[in-house]
Design a protein around this ligand. Structure first.
Ligand code: PMP
Length: 423
């Protein structure tokens, strides 16, 4: 039994840890936009915490300057590449990446016009607009199903930019790649030209030919992604909770967050559970539960849907990559989260907490509720999750009721009441 005195001392200790975090932020003059990356607060999700009787805490990654958790990864990938001599800041060499948006925006927040981004045609349009405002070059590609090994974005980015060893299998790729000189120039698609005016960017002179002219960030394979979380997000969560957490819940797009944070917190206390929130159409749930990457029948069903559109953006994957392989051994359990549940959670949270969150954050919070209910946690436990980005990145799809109706996804927040009340 913890005494009242011990409890209040604990509160003071954790309050002062939190205060220290804030003091660092408030008392220092931060160095430019990159100084704003990381050190995000942990916010208590009051409605869910009170309904469940335990603490549900969200790492407010939407407060990063590029608007998502991926700012940490972009910064670390760029810093590591510069340290390794793969990227030369002063010669203006370019940074290439295949992404559904967040990582591209984060790279462009740091590198602006040096960012060259490949993204599928079916992602929320506001992400493309943000990239163009930041000065990035954007190339849209045919929407690729996440169950399609051959057409994934990382592969397309690599091929378009002349990375040769990708053709026979992305799993064998090195961690980072130099882009050969003379890589093709990028143009926006017709759609984007119509929306944004002509923007055709010629390949720039990136400096002496002997220097690398570009860097393929490759978030799926690049271990800098893992280390951004292992040395950044994970220790921050540990400090902010004074190590008093019982579970960490996260989706996986590249697996960087769940792998990096998961490994760090397990290294501090192996009893803390690391739990995956997996959206419809992703193969990781089956991989964690049954050690198969996907159920073929399920994959066929979801493939059709994904060729049209995906409502939950940023998480879900069906292929093994460096970062997924690093993450899986420390994942204790997984929950399949339906699109309807994610939508319901987002509407529940705006109504009860005033939190306007993106689709992956909503998935994460549904998984927190399912975990608490499954384990019968009712008092004293703390679950930490990630609030990856804000609803402002999702106006045209996840937060567009007409779009959801057309996609036959119900908008029914009573689903959350039901989950909360499930015995
Ligand atoms: N949420 C959003 C909105 C994202 O863009 C991503 C990255 N794809 C994630 C969550 C998942 O993060 P990770 O890549 O670390 O698995």
């Amino acid at each position: 039994m913890t005494s009242a005195l011990a409890r209040s001392t604990e509160n003071i200790v954790s309050a002062s840890a939190e205060l220290r975090g804030r003091l660092v932020l408030c008392s220092e003059i931060l160095d430019g936009v990159t100084g704003l990356i990381g050190n995000t607060p942990l916010v208590r999700i009051s409605s869910l915490s009170e309904a469940l009787g335990i603490e549900i805490l969200g790492k407010a990654e939407f407060l990063n300057p590029g608007g998502s958790v991926k700012d940490r990864v972009a910064l670390r990938m760029i810093q590591d590449a510069e340290r390794q001599g793969l990227l030369h800041p002063r010669t203006g060499s370019r940074i290439f990446e295949g992404t559904v948006g967040s990582t591209g925006i984060s790279i462009a927040t740091i590198a602006r016009a040096r960012a060259a981004i490949i993204m599928p045609d079916d992602v929320a349009e506001e992400k493309v607009k943000a990239l163009l405002c930041l000065g990035a070059e954007v190339r849209r590609v045919r929407p690729a199903s996440i169950v399609d090994q051959k057409q994934n974005m990382a592969r397309q980015a690599a091929l378009q930019f002349g990375v040769e060893d990708v053709a026979e299998g992305i799993e064998g790729m090195q961690l980072s790649h130099e882009i050969p000189t003379g890589s093709p120039s990028l143009v926006t698609t017709e759609t984007l030209r119509a929306q944004t005016g002509e923007r055709i960017v010629d390949d720039q002179d990136d400096g002496p030919a002997s220097k690398p002219r570009g860097f393929f960030a490759d978030q799926f394979e690049n271990k800098s992604n893992f280390y951004a979380h292992y040395e950044g997000t994970g220790p921050e969560i540990w400090r902010q909770t004074s190590g008093k957490l019982h579970a960490f819940v996260s989706g996986a797009g590249t697996g960087g967050t769940i792998g990096g944070v998961g490994h760090y917190i397990k290294s501090m206390n192996k009893d803390i559970k690391v739990v995956l929130a997996d959206p419809e159409g992703s193969g990781l749930f089956n991989k964690v539960k049954y050690n198969v990457m996907y159920d073929r029948r399920e994959a066929e069903g979801t493939k059709r849907r994904h060729q049209v559109d995906t409502v939950v953006e940023g998480i879900g994957i069906n292929r093994m990559t460096n970062n997924v392989s690093l993450a899986l051994p420390i994942v204790d359990d997984a929950f399949r989260i339906t699109d309807a549940e994610a939508v319901a959670m987002s509407r529940y949270l705006i109504k009860h907490d005033g939190l306007f969150l993106g689709s992956s954050s909503a998935c994460n919070l549904v998984a927190c509720v399912k975990l608490a209910r499954l384990l019968g946690w009712k008092e004293g436990q703390t679950i930490v999750t990630v609030l990856c980005d804000s609803g402002t990145r999702h106006y045209s799809k996840f937060w567009n009721d007409d779009y959801l109706r057309r996609a036959n996804i119900p908008i029914d927040e009573t689903l959350i009441e039901t989950l909360l009340n499930t015995p």
